[in-house]
Write a protein that binds this ligand. Structure first.
Ligand SMILES: [Zn+2]
Length: 412
């Protein structure tokens, strides 16, 4: 496919992203589109019109995923796409780039007369971020069969509204196709996305070819010491829960650094009780988030963190408890699709490197269904999930070109 001359319509790409950025934009500049909300529906409707305008055949399924097909025939489809829902006050590229970019890529292929052997399907996944229905990657979980459609319909948001009811006001008319892909229906999947980290920018690279999506373990942790008088209790007679938790927090950092290989560990929630300025902390509640790109490494990280919890408590006469909140297995990407992305980057004369994704994406579930991988473009300052989320226009264009070339090879 290196012989193709691909010209992405940069003006159109930027204009589409700008339209989407105005849907759900708050006074502080952040964009809020919760899954199946009216903002989400408006953004989706805009993309539906774009798909129709680009000549794609549009269908929607029973959980609200939208798909636009380029090309025809009975061959297994090559799928590409991303999501339109956001975190609260999020950025304008996380999700939309992978949809707008896919349509621009398909249009560029159409302009050079490329006729795919396999149809290319652009998908708008429903509910990726998990900021409404207590679970994310809903649309891809339905397509891959990771979660049953009935279970998705039964999800309930914080206000007691069911997914099924929210879907009924989402604006789809006409028949809904089954969400779950049939065996052999999807040939390959690729998602264009912002890196959401600073590696590509730091190394002045254009493209990341994602080799694995890190899995995660989240544990609720309790440190149970003894609340007491901050003035009257001598230092050697204390069972300070905060000091045990603090020792543990530093140990968690040390373990992740020592393991390496892409292992990361974070304690993002830390609550001290009773929380009085003159009371020795009696209890600390914390949540640790552990991630790694391979299952064995994730387990090793988890085991060592759990052992460190007990040790940190014993050293201060503080008892500890932990419970598993969730474990998501890492998703290795497909070598053939990764290599296709690398060839596409070389053909586009841009520099790429292999890297892992620390964040979870719809591609994680799609990889359970078919050979899959992701294309990352640099995030300015490594910022994401915030209004400052940005990527240079020429970098967005390069990402789209690499996507177009990748799709062309996969669809041939
Ligand atoms: Zn995303």
């Amino acid at each position: 496919m290196s012989s193709l001359t691909i010209q992405i319509d940069r003006t159109r790409l930027l204009a589409d992203l700008e339209v989407l950025a105005e849907i759900g934009r708050g006074s502080e500049g952040g964009i809020t589109r919760r899954a199946l909300s009216k903002e989400d529906a408006a953004a989706r409707n805009y993309m539906k019109q774009r798909m129709v305008g680009a000549g794609l055949t549009v269908t929607h399924d029973e959980v609200g995923n939208l798909r636009g097909r380029f090309g025809s025939g009975e061959h297994a489809v090559v799928m590409t796409g991303s999501h339109l829902d956001t975190v609260p006050a999020g950025g304008r590229l996380d999700g939309p780039l992978g949809i707008v970019g896919a349509i621009c890529a398909v249009e560029a292929l159409g302009r050079v007369g490329f006729s795919p052997k396999r149809p290319v399907e652009v998908v708008v996944f429903v509910g990726e971020e998990g900021s409404r229905f207590r679970r994310g990657t809903i649309g891809s979980a339905a397509i891959s069969g990771h979660v049953e459609v009935e279970a998705i319909h039964a999800l309930v948001d914080g206000e007691g509204i069911s997914f099924r009811d929210a879907l009924s006001t989402y604006g789809d008319e006409g028949p809904r196709r089954p969400a779950r892909a049939r065996k052999g229906e999807v040939h390959a999947f690729v998602e264009l996305h912002v890196e959401q980290g600073g590696l590509l920018e730091a190394e002045a690279l254009d493209i990341g070819a994602v080799t694995a999506i890190a899995g995660l373990v989240q544990r609720q942790l309790s440190f149970l010491g003894e609340a007491n008088h901050a003035g009257a209790t001598p230092m050697h007679l204390r069972h300070d829960a905060l000091l045990a938790a603090s020792t543990f927090a530093l140990e968690v950092e040390r373990i992740a650094r020592e393991l390496g290989g892409g292992a990361v560990a974070t304690i993002g929630k830390f609550e001290v009780f009773p929380g009085g300025k003159n009371i020795i902390p009696g209890r600390v509640e914390a949540i640790c988030d552990l991630r790694a790109p391979a299952a064995a490494l994730l387990s090793a990280l988890d085991d060592r963190v759990c052992a460190a919890l007990g040790t940190a408590g014993q050293a201060r006469g503080v008892s500890t408890r932990e419970s598993l909140l969730q474990r998501v297995e890492p998703g290795p990407m497909d070598e053939r699709v990764i290599a296709t992305i690398e060839r596409a980057a070389a053909a586009a004369h841009v520099k790429s490197k292999r890297m892992i994704s620390g964040a979870i994406h719809d591609t994680l579930h799609m990889a359970e269904l078919c050979p899959s991988a992701m294309i990352f473009v640099p995030s300015t300052g490594g910022r994401s999930h915030c209004p400052e989320e940005e990527t240079a226009p020429e970098a967005l264009e390069r990402g789209c070109e690499v996507l177009a070339r990748t799709l062309a090879e996969l669809a041939s």
